[in-house]
Design a binder for this molecule. Structure first.
Ligand code: RIB
Length: 309
């Protein structure tokens, strides 16, 4: 099988990660267990994941002229990502994410986009020819919405499948949902977009139907420990792989990148299973980019289990 070509347009952050026994209550001070500075950002994580999964990957984003920006450039380059479209902001620092990871593996994240907001619709116009022949364009919501909109329009003009990972949670104009070929939120993001709280598979069906009514051709809901739910011309639930999570940060990014690498190359059911395996593997390693799995690891998981339940 030839390698997919994927273009990721999005954020590159440095994650400032403190491990805590549990999330603090408002006004409470907690003693952390450890602290680490780790490469992250939904866009950059997805680019690293796509490259590790064997895709020829181009990343477009914007970092600051600082040590964090250099860290990010190095991490993506080492993973094999083409960073020729990674800009350097003249004044803003590299984006950061302050992350608390509890002993359960669950996290809370606060992002300061900074240089990420320097990626403009003009940058998309300049890179549009790079989209020709790509298998997929991956977008998230940590860069300006007008840049996301320009990228979705460019993908449509060039006949490239676009996948909108709807994180972090926010209300988005309906046209963004309509212009993306695949819309892929998690439960919180789906609620922000539709107003429907997603706690059960029936809720997932309702939220996905609402996104379809806004114009999304394909909806892939990331349900974490409940797997994934697909609604397009048919519906499907892909059960999760049971693993013991260490850190759930960027599991959704691994899922989205794997979905992009598999889409159109295997039946939807197999693509969801491939993405679920990548997401589950990402939870077994601490940190965002360090946890993005290789294709060999995903294939081993699909072959040898643990099986889905
Ligand atoms: O999806 C996880 C990512 O969200 C983190 O790496 C953090 O940087 C934020 O962008």
């Amino acid at each position: 099988m030839n390698h997919p070509r994927i273009v990721v347009i999005g954020s590159a952050n440095i994650d400032l990660v403190t491990r805590v026994p549990r999330a603090p209550k408002p006004g409470e001070s907690l003693i952390g267990r450890s602290f680490a500075t780790i490469t992250g950002g939904k866009g950059a994580n997805q680019a690293v994941a796509a490259a590790r999964l064997g895709a020829k990957t181009l990343f477009a984003g914007c970092v600051g002229a600082d040590a964090f920006g250099a860290m990010q450039r190095q991490s993506m380059s080492e993973a094999g990502v083409d960073v020729s479209r990674l800009k350097m902001h003249p004044s803003e620092p590299t984006g950061t994410a302050v992350i608390l990871v509890a002993d359960t593996g669950e996290n809370v994240i606060v992002i300061t986009p900074a240089a990420n907001y320097g990626l403009t619709p003009e940058d998309i116009a300049a890179l549009e020819p790079d989209l020709d022949g790509a298998d997929a364009v991956l977008l998230q919501l940590e860069i300006p919405l007008e840049t996301v909109e320009a990228a979705l329009a460019a993908a449509r003009r060039r006949g490239v499948v676009s996948i909108l990972d709807a994180g972090p949670a926010q209300q988005v104009p309906e046209r963004l949902v309509a212009w993306a070929d695949i819309v892929s939120p998690n439960e919180t993001e789906a609620e922000a977009m539709t107003g429907i709280r997603v706690e059960t598979l029936a809720d997932a069906r309702r939220a996905a139907s609402a996104l379809r009514a806004m114009g999304a051709a394909h909806v892939v809901l990331k349900l974490g420990a409940r797997g994934a739910y697909y609604l397009g011309d048919r519906e499907m639930h892909a059960p999760p792989f049971r693993v013991k999570p260490v850190d759930t940060t960027a599991a959704g990014d691994a899922f989205t990148a794997a979905l992009a690498a598999a889409w159109g190359r295997m039946p939807v059911e197999a693509a969801l299973r491939f993405a679920n395996a990548a997401g589950a593997l990402a939870t077994t390693v601490a940190g965002a980019q360090p946890s993005m799995p290789t294709r060999a690891a995903v294939e081993a998981m699909l072959r040898d289990g643990p099986q889905e339940t």
